[in-house]
Design a protein around this ligand. Structure first.
Ligand code: AMP
Length: 287
């Protein structure tokens, strides 16, 4: 495994692999790798002959400087994990490499980046989109892997790849959870044990949505109310949103569409958490 901070070195390694007609996979991460990340990396190692993992805590996508500063950065552990999984290249650049002084260009993804996460974290997706385009341009993969856990993020990335004609396939891997339902997140280590219990209410709200649709309830407003009831009755949780949306557009429709997803976000002790669950809409009444 090669670990590098250098754009040129990554480009050379990727160019050599491409000359050998190897399929190149990239897994962009901010490090503090957990089973959610390792699942993405395993998929990449299975499908590709050169796997590049990027480790970079991208400050522009953080709206809260405290969140950025306390974000965990266990570099040695992350490198050991990558080595164990058979990663070929780890690209762990510093800020100046990704954002050379004088840089001015950013990627604005439009309306999809302004709702939900974008509404609660202005400029978040500007930061995400800009760094993802940079990382994809540096690593030039055939395929890049993202998690369903950040549902809006993978939609935004799919949108920008289409809009900018980026020649990369986007694969979205399922959300990995702890047994109590809490979605794994690098921020979970910042939760005290009582806060961690509070955080499981996010998944319970998603399960309420799932149960509502499985029971054939067609009243989405009523199901949305049940989701909010679950979260609002949990002391210690500040709810940002809890709703059901169309999985392609993120629109909050009144009627059940072919593909829907329940999405929630909130903070526990100042630690912001998001989660979502794809919903089986087969059994729900349709117009
Ligand atoms: P991050 O390091 O938080 O930027 O995440 C890097 C990638 O891992 C993103 O594509 C995330 O969606 C994905 N990811 C994070 N947590 C999970 C999880 N619990 N399950 C699946 N994918 C995840």
């Amino acid at each position: 495994m090669r670990t590098t901070e250098s754009v040129e070195e990554v480009r050379e390694l990727v160019a050599a692999a491409r000359r050998d007609s190897r399929r190149i996979g990239c897994v962009p991460t901010m490090g503090a790798l957990h089973r959610g990340h390792t699942n993405l990396i395993r998929s990449a190692v299975e499908d590709c002959q050169l796997v590049v993992v990027t480790l970079f805590v991208n400050s522009p996508q953080f709206d809260d400087p405290d969140d950025f500063h306390r974000y965990p950065r266990p570099l040695e552990d992350d490198l050991a994990t990558c080595q164990e999984l058979g990663v070929d290249v780890v690209f762990a650049p510093d800020d100046q490499t990704v954002y050379p002084p004088g840089g001015q260009t950013t990627i604005d993804v439009g309306p999809l980046g302004q709702i939900f996460e974008g509404h609660h974290r202005p400029d978040h997706f500007l930061g995400v989109a800009t760094v993802v385009v940079k990382l994809l341009n540096i690593t030039t993969p055939d395929v890049a892997y993202f998690g369903h856990k950040d549902f809006q993020q993978q939609l935004v990335i799919r949108r920008l790849c289409r809009d900018l004609h980026l020649p990369v396939e986007i694969v979205t891997c399922p959300t990995v959870r702890d047994p109590d339902g809490l979605a794994l997140s690098s921020r979970n280590v910042l939760l005290a044990s009582d806060q961690r219990i509070v955080a499981t209410s996010l998944f319970r709200a998603l399960e309420r949505a799932e149960a509502g649709l499985n029971n054939g309830e067609g009243d989405l407003q009523a199901i949305r109310r049940k989701m909010r009831d679950e979260l609002e009755s949990t002391p210690g949780l500040d709810v940002d949103y809890a709703t059901i949306v169309d999985a392609g557009t993120l629109e909050e429709t009144d009627e059940v569409t072919k593909s829907m997803v329940a999405i929630v976000a909130g903070s526990v002790g100042g630690v912001r958490l998001i989660d979502n669950l794809p919903l089986n809409t087969e059994s729900a009444p349709r117009p």
